[in-house]
Write a protein that binds this ligand. Structure first.
Ligand code: ATP
Length: 735
């Protein structure tokens, strides 16, 4: 039987295989068998190196913000199993670089490739980005958070049990088992500690089994031992799982510093060093900046980078000069004589060449290295082809490279194994410096992959559950219950068993108007205030391609619906019977319109909340809209100046209030005329002792029929919901 660890260890090949192939692997009859089948296949996959560790290369990255150059000609690379540390003073461009590498920020120049392919939207999903901010729903526990993440981001063909085992494994890897049932918490509510939150942030990203991890200052705010333990976990993870990891850090301890295989130093957006961490001190010595013995090299480097502009200039110039041939070869940068030479991997060459691998090797840039290829005689999909690449250039005399390529037509995957043979010129000895194996895939593979990890229905189901759980504690908080019960009782007492006579007509209307406007404000401001923090989580998840916006939006409506209905229902069921129920039909209809009005107001709140990123602006707009809608509702003023009367048609209260009057006064006992000074002609003339229903309803202006008011409210509901969706889809989309 497969266990989660297998899934984890075997990399993302299984997760990214076309679905039909997975089904071929596993008989669909018994789930147990299917799992065993998958495990067997996955083991085979592992044995055959059919996983795709990622080699991330970035060359000449340049970024401008408002005419200011933030990054200038930044290059580097990181291989599977390696950790690249990015260091530099505050404002040097570390976060900007990670934003660019994750694909969330468009670069103005340069090229970013993953296994030789330019970063595309689909390739971005192979990269996880752990930002500095720990963005979560504060009321969910850590296990709930990871469970929903796994259900959303791991593909549908992985069973629920496997997904849960996977969550257990991640909790285990990051040593989070002890706090799995603790709520995440926020400033207002205690929850996970800072270090646990950082780990939780990493855990939720690891769930997708990314090939590449970008972590922006994961150790900031942690004490030294917690930071060390977190970095050890990441280092071990990178090595064991063959992941590619880039981490930005501010001021690491020397222990943490030497965990980085490579180091990229940034100074004012420019490269101050790129290379082996072990050689950085020598580099600074070569510039005339000597480290004091026993001094933390990280502290020393940061001090130098923060020194006067002359020193900075000296380091940057030296770094530029150090971009020697080896560096150019490593990154396949053009050399001075404009000849591109690549020493280790033809990743970049693959990108620029035709899709057929053997064609690549014969025609691409690598051919410039006088490649003599032994062309395969037949194109069997299972036989690896071997090319013996002789020394590639005059600068690279001692590097016989063996490339083994296996082409699986179905997956269009190329497996490459490169052994670099180095001669030590001084000692005259030869040694194998290492073997790198990489797997390259064409863009077509990715296009074959599902656009989303899970189906729309899975997303809808999981997001509805999560929305319900997340919103429950917020919408049905103790305070909200107290407020509702208290106000329900108070209204019942104020309007207790109110008489149905002309003098008390305004009292009955007062109850209607109060209950409607109260729930309108409650729902509108509730949606408005809760949305900004929720948007952060949604944006983070959308940026990582976890689910469709439509699934989220629909799930939000469905998940929150029962919660939206609960408190107005309780209020109505307490206060209205105290007023006096004349017919159950009237009681239920009034409840229905109260609910409709509440949902429409919630839609308005959602739309304003989605549109405005500034909470103060959104509160001001909402207050303006809700108070004007009350003024034009019909209760406060029945003689609105004619040139302003059109505004009442924009008031949701206007329609809901009219409907409540129609329902309340059409059923039950008629309203008796006042004995003196009646406002109604029919009463004054003495032709009737009861006020006709039409006269009551039209007293504050000509009313629409019940169906028309209801229809308009439903239109309001649909328009605001759709506008909210469109704003999120096109205007407030995550970067
Ligand atoms: N949207 C923006 N508009 C203008 N300037 C920006 C913008 N974002 C970042 N910058 C500037 O770019 C520079 C680099 O910012 P960045 O956040 O990448 O630095 P950093 O090295 O990560 O800093 P820190 O270590 O303090 O997080 C800073 O000077 C910052 O003010």
């Amino acid at each position: 039987m497969i266990i989660a660890k297998d899934l984890f260890t075997l990399g993302d090949e299984y997760f990214t295989m076309p679905r039909r192939e997975k089904y071929e692997i596993a008989p669909a009859t018994a789930p147990e068998n299917r799992l065993e089948g998958s495990a067997a296949h996955l083991n085979n996959v592992a044995t055959a190196h059919r996983y795709r560790p990622a080699e991330l290369v970035f060359r000449g990255i340049g970024v401008f913000f408002g005419g200011k150059q933030i990054l200038r000609d930044v290059s580097g690379m990181v291989r599977p199993g390696e950790v690249l540390g990015v260091m530099g003073p505050s404002g040097s461009g570390k976060t900007t670089l990670l934003n660019a590498l994750s694909g969330r920020l468009k670069t103005d120049s340069g090229l970013i490739t993953l296994n030789g392919e330019t970063l595309s939207k689909q390739l971005r999903r192979k990269i996880c980005y752990v930002t500095q901010q720990d963005i979560f729903f504060p009321d969910l526990t850590l296990r709930q958070t990871l469970t929903y993440s796994a259900l959303l981001r791991l593909p549908d063909y992985i069973s629920y049990r496997e997904k849960m085992e996977y969550v257990d494994h991640i909790l285990d890897v990051l040593d989070l088992g002890r706090c799995q049932d603790t709520v995440i918490g926020d400033m207002m509510k205690r929850g996970l500690s800072g270090g646990e939150k950082k780990r939780a942030n990493i855990a939720s990203e690891l769930l997708t089994n990314p090939t590449t991890m970008l972590l922006d200052e994961p150790t900031s705010g942690l004490d030294s031992s917690t930071a060390f333990s977190l970095m050890s976990t990441l280092k071990e993870y990178a090595e064991k799982e063959n992941k590619t990891v880039i981490i930005t850090v501010h001021q690491p301890s020397s222990q943490i510093f030497y965990m980085f295989d490579r180091l990229l130093l940034l100074c004012s957006g420019q490269m101050a060093y790129f290379g082996d961490t072990s050689q950085v001190v020598d580099f600074f010595s070569s510039v005339g900046l000597q480290i004091t013995p026993h001094y933390n090299p990280a502290d020393f480097i940061m001090e130098q980078l923060k020194k006067d502009s002359k020193t900075q200039e000296k380091i940057i110039t030296a770094a530029l000069e150090a971009r020697n041939l080896e560096f150019q070869q490593m990154l396949c940068l053009p050399s001075e004589d404009d000849e591109t030479v690549c020493s280790h991997s033809s990743a970049l060459d693959f990108q620029s060449c035709d899709k057929q691998p053997w064609e690549h090797l014969r025609n691409c840039e690598l051919v410039k290295h006088d490649l003599e290829s032994t062309e395969p005689s037949s194109h069997s999909t299972s036989t690896p082809y071997i090319w013996n690449i002789p020394p590639s250039s005059k600068h690279d005399q001692t590097r016989p490279v063996e490339v083994i390529i296996d082409q699986d037509k179905k997956l269009r995957t190329i497996y490459q194994k490169i052994a670099v043979h180095q001669d030590d010129n001084d000692s005259g000895r030869s040694s194998w410096s290492g073997v790198v194996s990489s797997t390259f895939s064409s863009q077509d593979d990715l296009e074959e992959e599902e656009k989303w990890p899970t189906s729309f229905w899975t997303q809808l189901k999981v997001l509805t559950q999560r929305n319900f759980l997340e919103a429950k504690s917020r919408m049905l908080s103790k305070l909200n219950w107290i407020q509702t019960l208290g106000l329900g009782l108070l209204c019942g007492l104020i309007w207790f068993q109110v008489q149905r006579t002309e003098p008390t007509l305004w009292d009955i209307r007062g109850w209607m108007f109060f209950s409607m406007t109260y729930w309108m404000l409650f729902a509108l401001f509730g949606a408005l205030i809760s949305f900004p923090p929720e948007r952060e989580v949604i944006n983070k998840e959308r940026a990582s391609g976890a689910y469709r916006l439509s699934a989220y939006y629909l799930a939000k409506m469905i998940g929150e619906l029962p919660l939206t209905l609960t408190l107005p229902t309780v209020f109505h069921f307490i206060s209205y019977p105290m007023l006096g129920i004349y017919s159950s039909q009237t009681f239920l209809c009034l409840w229905g319109f109260l609910i409709l009005n509440t949902i429409v107001a919630q839609s308005v709140g959602l739309f304003i909340g989605a549109s405005c990123t500034d909470l103060q602006v959104s509160v001001t707009i909402s207050a303006l809209y809700s108070l004007s809608t009350m003024l034009f509702g019909g209760y406060y003023s029945s003689s609105i100046p004619p040139w302003l009367q059109w505004l009442q048609y924009l008031s949701i209260v206007h329609y809901a209030y009219q409907n409540m009057q129609i329902v309340e006064f059409s059923g039950g006992p008629p309203i008796r005329c006042a004995s003196t000074n009646s406002q109604f002609e029919v009463c004054r003339s003495g032709s009737s002792v009861f006020i006709p229903i039409e006269d009551i309803i039209n007293q504050q202006g000509q009313a629409f029929p019940l169906w028309a008011n209801t229809f308009i409210l439903v239109i309001f509901l649909a328009v605001f919901r759709i506008m909210g969706y469109l704003v999120l889809r096109f205007i407030r989309k995550p970067k």
